[in-house]
Design a protein around this ligand. Structure first.
Ligand SMILES: [Ca+2]
Ligand SMILES: [Ca+2]
Length: 311
């Protein structure tokens, strides 16, 4: 019996446990994959063809195994009774994360595949929606209003948070608890002080610490996809992105906005789709945004994408 049939059998016997373990396995696969990707890039940089071939072959094997797992889980999640059992054991939020992680894994596998000319179905790229979501997340702080100080914690709150954190370490890193107790015993290195806190520094003295108003951002792949622009331009064409949004700012106001859209529309009406543009007509009054020599729908799509962009 092949290993994946054993995996499916176990999945049917203990759905909740299996889904929980599978989440960790997917994560481990991603780490291994990134290791192979890093090595392949390194080999390419230093010009070591043999190392590159080995790293790429490893990547192919990892991706194939991962694809088998992904197909297997999609098969199981399509079974309503199975997913209900998982939900009963893991709860709604964790089950949702499990399903979302599948799509994300499939997407990242497709991107990595295409970086190294390994076949991956176009559908698996999900129209780059996960990448767009990440970019929106990264750009969101630009519109973040002034933040307020966090609600202050009492000494009892602090004690509860630290103890809960220590309890969470018991199975994976018990030595960290020992080190904590050796240094602090049953006390805590942070305490309330008026409208802020005090914390013990490396000098073992208490120091004032302001109540944070920081927001935290973490756990995302920053610009995971753009190497495709170079390694697989047929997958991700960055020709337009390279232009930046300067050409879309037709009135040179510093922002691509509705005023530029109005100028574009006027030029589109005057010259018409498929009009020839060049120096003679000032590139169709600027509407031939990529100066391709022709006024095409992709000029309009570029303008639409650029709206709101600051030059
Ligand atoms: Ca403008
Ligand atoms: Ca054009």
């Amino acid at each position: 019996m092949p290993w994946y049939e054993v995996a499916e059998l176990v999945g049917r016997l203990v759905p909740g446990l299996w889904a929980d373990i599978f989440g960790s396995v997917l994560d481990d696969f991603s780490e291994l994959q990134l290791g192979a990707v890093g090595l392949a890039y390194y080999a390419r940089i230093v010009g070591d063809d043999a190392m590159y071939d080995d790293a790429r072959a490893t990547l192919v094997n990892l991706l194939e195994a991962q694809q088998v797992l992904i197909r297997l889980v999609y098969g199981l999640t399509a079974d309503r009774a199975w997913i209900e059992e998982v939900r009963a054991e893991l709860g709604n939020a964790k089950t949702r994360m499990f399903i979302d992680a599948l799509d994300e894994t499939k997407y990242r596998a497709a991107v990595v595949s295409r970086m190294f000319s390994i076949d991956a179905p176009l559908d698996d790229l999900l129209d780059f929606d996960p990448g767009d979501d990440t970019l929106a997340f990264v750009e969101a702080p630009l519109d973040l209003p002034d933040t307020q100080p966090k609600p202050l914690l009492s000494d009892e709150d602090i004690a509860a948070i630290v103890e809960a954190g220590l309890t969470g370490l018991t199975t994976r890193a018990p030595w960290r608890i020992t080190r904590y107790r050796d240094r602090f015993g049953d006390t805590y290195p942070v305490r309330r002080d008026g409208d802020g806190y005090e914390a013990i520094g490396t000098d073992d003295n208490w120091h004032a610490v302001e109540n944070s108003r920081h927001e935290t951002y973490y756990d995302y792949y920053l610009w995971f996809e753009p190497s495709l622009c170079v390694d697989s331009p047929e997958t991700l064409d960055c020709t337009w992105a390279r232009l930046g949004c300067t050409p879309a700012d037709l009135d040179q106001s510093g922002t691509a906005d509705a005023a530029d859209e109005a100028l574009f529309d006027a030029a589109w009406t005057l010259f018409g789709e498929n009009a020839l543009c060049g120096d003679g007509n000032d590139w169709c009054d600027g509407a031939d945004l990529d100066k391709s020599g022709v006024l095409l729908p992709d000029d309009r799509e570029y303008l639409d994408a650029a709206l709101g962009c600051r030059v």
